[in-house]
Design a protein around this ligand. Structure first.
Ligand code: NCD
Length: 312
């Protein structure tokens, strides 16, 4: 029997796989946008069924996975707010929920959960592929895939990049997953910008050291902005702060900060943004975050095809 292909953490993918995945996503984007027909996409995964099981809020991940699946002819069954609306509210364990869902024979389960490690726990039990759509402060591998796809599409390369990753780096799972992927390409240098209390985790720093990826941590955004090729900004994850915890400093990218960036650099954000990028920045050429979100649907199509297909 073919092995079940789960998507649990960003570091499970190697550069060869990424190259193939991105070229397929780009092909699908072309088909969708007129270089072929949407009918072709619709015939890719007919009759397959995806379960969306979301214990935490989501707009982009849930909707783009659903749209991706439906454009490929799949059926989608969704539970949002599963923390309250599923039997978790009655005390059911994640393990029991996953075991039960497998009895309904979906072809894949896209899971967002509030606990770090939840996707891995689900994968240990599940008879069908689990796709981690965010597990607490752990990882968000499909976001990192679409982030990397966007960098390649916008800048034409994935190596020799100076990348600033900023915001809430201690709770933000997108920053963690993206860092793992960036270490797979040579010549990348990462600068983390965050308040002291929201610094990137020791596990990530250890990984950077192990992979000999140069990195620095700073609070001096203005000094580092002019050197960056990519600025990846994130919101403070208020829902993950301890009760009464206040963040001592707030970094905002507005027009004066944007002007410090290189003309051919890009500003990314996994979204949702709150106030850490002002709307005035949206119309600048560097602002890539909505294009980035749009790319997500095509990368997720390619992921679904890989997960449900027979090729490795
Ligand atoms: C992110 C997430 O859920 O981790 N959102 C997303 O999927 N695009 C970022 C966030 O919530 O801050």
């Amino acid at each position: 029997m073919a092995r079940v292909k789960h998507v649990i953490e960003a570091q499970q993918f190697d550069p060869d796989f990424l190259k193939r995945l991105f070229s397929r996503a780009s092909e699908m984007q072309g088909l969708f946008n007129g270089n072929g027909s949407r009918e072709q996409l619709n015939k890719l995964l007919p009759g397959k069924m995806m379960f969306n099981v979301f214990y935490e809020p989501s707009t982009r991940t849930r909707m783009s996975f659903s749209a991706a699946a439906q454009h490929m002819g799949m059926e989608v069954v969704t539970t949002e707010n599963a923390k309250e609306f599923s039997s978790a509210a009655k005390g059911e364990t994640l393990e029991d929920t996953i075991r039960t869902l497998c009895e309904y024979h979906p072809d894949a389960i896209v899971l967002r959960h509030h606990e770090s490690g939840a996707a891995e726990r689900a994968a240990e039990i599940s008879t069908v592929p689990i796709i981690n759509a965010g597990d607490g402060s752990g990882q968000h591998p499909t976001q990192a895939l679409l982030d990397l796809y966007t960098i390649e599409k916008e800048l034409g390369r994935l190596k020799d990049l100076k990348i600033i990753i900023g915001g809430d780096l201690s709770h933000g799972r997108t920053a963690r997953s993206l860092t793992y992927l960036l270490t797979k390409f040579s010549g990348n240098e990462i600068t983390f910008v965050s308040p002291q209390s929201l610094r990137i985790g020791e596990d990530i720093k250890k990984h950077l050291a192990n992979t000999k990826t140069p990195f620095q941590e700073t609070e001096d955004l203005e000094t580092v902005l002019p050197k960056a090729d990519v600025v990846y900004w994130t919101r403070v994850q208020k829902e993950r702060l301890a009760e009464g915890e206040k963040v001592e400093k707030h970094f905002i990218i507005d027009i004066p900060q944007l002007r410090l960036m290189k003309k051919d650099s890009i500003l990314m954000h996994p979204l949702p943004r709150v106030d850490e990028i002002t709307p005035a920045v949206d119309s600048t050429p560097q602002a890539a975050y909505f294009r980035q979100a749009g790319n997500g649907m095509f990368v997720r199509m390619a992921i679904l095809e890989w997960v449900l297909g027979s090729e490795d």
